[in-house]
Design a protein around this ligand. Structure first.
Ligand SMILES: NC(=O)c1ccc[n+]([C@@H]2O[C@H](COP(=O)([O-])OP(=O)(O)OC[C@H]3O[C@@H](n4cnc5c(N)ncnc54)[C@H](O)[C@@H]3O)[C@@H](O)[C@H]2O)c1
Length: 271
């Protein structure tokens, strides 16, 4: 019997880092499944990372694509490092939709250097965005999620959340923290029937990967040698493969999956 497509009709999803890359792919699939979308992104370049972040035009484009699918969408320009900004964004979700059923914590940044060369600023930016931002956003959204009949939280982690890769100590530390948060939040939200899971991608074809490669002066061949060599399946993973894992975690057959970390990594964690 064929699996039923995920039906999120009448539900509302908040996606952070929504304007491009994996976040954009998640928003469009969620809309295809019937959800209305709150698309949050910082929409400005920051001191860290050195590569450009998403633009307001990219966020507006996601909103237009969702609207073209017949769903409602609100753009939320907010910084997951800033509690007031996150709380205002969640308040805007409640004003616009009156509910929240799905939270995808996807926003993150990366830099690369041996740990002894990381500046305080690089450490703080990566930990505050990639780890504290996940806690902060879920905290702000928790009251709405607990009111949902089927609340779902999915953190986008990394294989760096369960093993170390050289020259990413701050990113690895933050993503290990995301795995811990997944488990702790799953325990605390279970009484309200809210599931909390993480996806651990390998190397994904996105502006993060290309931005970091450009910053370090790496060719695509160098990227393969440095970041893909230990995947069993050596291709770069496309954003829609991560979206596929997300949609399964949101499906009814996954309703008893919680506190779980699902790798989409070309088998890298098998080594
Ligand atoms: N690309 C990869 O190879 C890879 C591998 C493993 C895990 N991941 C994870 O996948 C997720 C998505 O990354 P991506 O590859 O699509 O990268 P991306 O850079 O294309 O997307 C990240 C988005 O987050 C936004 N963002 C950054 N800082 C923000 C802040 N402070 N507040 C709000 N928004 C902010 C950016 O503007 C951008 O739109 C991240 O959690 C990343 O760590 C990526």
């Amino acid at each position: 019997m064929a699996a039923k497509p995920v039906d999120l009709t009448g539900q509302v999803a908040l996606v952070t880092g929504a304007a491009r890359g994996q976040g954009r792919s998640h928003c469009l699939a969620l809309a295809d499944a019937g959800a209305d979308i709150a698309a949050l992104d910082v929409c400005t370049d920051l001191d860290v990372p050195a590569y450009p972040l998403a633009t307001r035009a990219e966020l507006d484009d996601v909103v237009a694509e969702v609207t073209a699918r017949g769903r409602r969408a609100v753009p939320l320009v907010a910084d997951v490092r800033d509690p007031a900004s996150v709380e205002a964004a969640v308040a805007a979700v409640e004003d616009a939709f009156g509910r929240l059923d799905v939270l995808v914590n996807n926003a993150a940044v990366v830099t690369s250097a041996p740990f002894w060369e990381l500046s305080e600023q690089q450490w703080s930016a990566v930990v505050d965005t990639n780890l504290s931002g996940v806690w902060r956003t879920t905290k702000a959204a928790s009251a709405l999620l607990r009111r949902s009949p089927r609340g779902r939280v999915v953190h986008i982690g990394s294989t760096g959340g369960v093993r170390a890769v050289p020259e990413f100590a701050h990113y690895v530390a933050a993503k290990h923290g995301v795995v811990g948060l997944t488990r702790a939040m799953a325990i605390e939200l279970a009484p309200d029937a809210v599931t909390v899971n993480a996806i651990l991608p390998g190397a994904v074809d996105s502006p993060m990967l290309s931005g970091l490669a450009d910053e370090l002066g790496l060719t695509p061949d160098d990227v393969h040698k440095r970041w893909l060599h230990d995947q069993l399946l050596m291709e770069v993973i496309s954003p829609d493969e991560v979206t596929g894992a997300l949609m399964w975690l949101l499906s009814d057959p996954a309703r008893h999956v919680t506190g779980h970390c699902l790798a989409v990594d070309g088998g890298a964690l098998a080594r």
